[in-house]
Design a protein around this ligand. Structure first.
Ligand code: CP3
Length: 355
């Protein structure tokens, strides 16, 4: 394997010294980039793009050509796993992801395919291998998954939801059925991540996008517990135990101590949490990732730079911070504002890493 030329991101995840704060952006490959929209058009549908290793590699590389990011993220989607389980994923223009089938009963649960990631999600592993070869050691490659709870929200609702009535109703009223679904997903996700790692992923992010919709007790029971199970599986296997894991629970700011105890090397925080306060709570045990409001990219470059300065000062001196947005970048952002964002982190962060 080629030696890594820039390991700032991996070092920061382990809270080892770095020369400046590393940065990448959730959803850094996507519709705010005109070159993404062009490749997407060429591919056909979004799923066609995910399934074509060369084109998935091309869109993974696009943000790296524009911006000096310290990591690449696999171009794929969290919903590839429920699709392989047999639910039939499709995208309705302007309405987001949808499934042809849902899981709302024991019979639905029993009807799911049993899957092996290396076979049933081979296209994802092909993309990982193609991207690793193309990166040629420039920066590390992040693999990812949705958390079992977040995947379950789409599988039970049949798509995106505002109130999560069906999935939360099931969790609170039929906890055994929900735990059956979550256990199945935790097994499938652990196998999926191990396959991504064997194919070349050098760090993993678990997107727990909808963990924050639960009550405090519900979060521990239905979301955190299953992420913990996945991480302990990875840590028990010599192939996967040295790969750092980032857990990002959107809306998880109230539960940071519990999240920091789940075994992950890093905790992603959204913009509603003060990063200095988060560091005081959990910064001695894990790395923090985040947390500029993605909507700040709609403000002027000057305002963006001020915000970057405030977040860097809020975290303070030393390693253990990976700069990111507090959630994925929004499609309407001007790509030049991203330049201002990334440049500000590069220029303003070295002063926090002097001995
Ligand atoms: O970060 C990256 O650059 C890697 C690619 C990535 C995508 N989806 C590409 C994508 C990642 C990490 C995801 C994860 C994902 N997918 C999440 C968790 C992340 C988060 O934001 O919390 C979720 C909830 C999904 C499910 C999903 N897939 C949604 C809600 C959508 C948007 C639907 C829409 O039309 O707005 C998708 C589709 C999707 N995934 C797009 C991209 C670039 C847009 C597809 C297009 O080109 O039209």
């Amino acid at each position: 394997m080629t030696e890594l030329k820039n390991d700032r991101f991996l070092r920061a995840l382990q809270r080892q010294p770095v020369d400046r704060t590393p940065i990448w952006m959730m959803r850094q490959a996507g519709r705010y980039l005109p070159e993404y929209r062009a490749t997407r058009k060429q591919a056909g549908s979004f799923l066609d793009l995910c399934k074509n290793a060369e084109l998935a590699c091309e869109v993974t590389m696009q943000p790296l050509r524009r911006y000096p990011m310290d990591a690449a993220i696999l171009f794929s989607d969290i919903l590839t796993v429920p699709d392989a389980l047999g639910l039939g994923l499709y995208f309705e223009e302007g309405e987001g992801p949808k499934f042809r089938k849902t899981v709302r009963s024991e019979a639905d649960l029993a009807a799911l395919n049993s899957i092996k990631a290396d076979d049933d999600l081979a296209y994802v592993m092909n993309a990982v291998r193609t991207i690793r070869a193309e990166l040629n050691g420039e920066v590390p490659l992040i693999g990812f998954t949705g958390s079992p709870w977040t995947l379950a929200t789409y599988m039970v609702e049949g798509g995106a939801s505002k109130d999560f009535a069906n999935v939360k109703g099931m969790a609170y009223d039929k906890p055994e059925l929900m735990h059956g679904l979550l256990s199945l997903l935790a097994d499938a996700v652990a196998d999926y991540l191990a396959a991504q790692i064997r194919a070349g992923a050098q760090a993993i992010q678990i997107f727990d996008t909808w963990g924050g919709s639960l009550s405090a007790a519900g979060y521990k029971e239905f979301s955190l517990k299953y992420m913990q199970r996945i991480i302990s599986r990875l840590q028990a296997d010599s192939d996967t135990q040295n790969i750092p894991v980032i857990v990002f629970t959107k809306g998880g700011g109230q539960w940071l101590s519990a999240i920091a105890g789940c075994g992950a090397q890093a905790v992603g925080i959204d913009w509603t949490t003060d990063i200095g306060v988060a560091r005081g709570q959990i910064g001695d045990s894990v790395c923090l990732q985040g947390n500029m409001d993605p909507s700040m990219l709609f403000a002027s470059p000057t305002r963006i730079r001020e915000e970057v300065a405030a977040i860097l000062a809020g975290f303070g001196h030393g390693s253990g911070h990976v700069f990111n947005l507090g959630h994925g970048i929004t499609p309407g952002v001007n790509p030049d504002h991203v330049t201002a964002f990334v440049d500000a982190v590069q220029e303003l962060s070295p002063q926090y890493h002097q001995a």
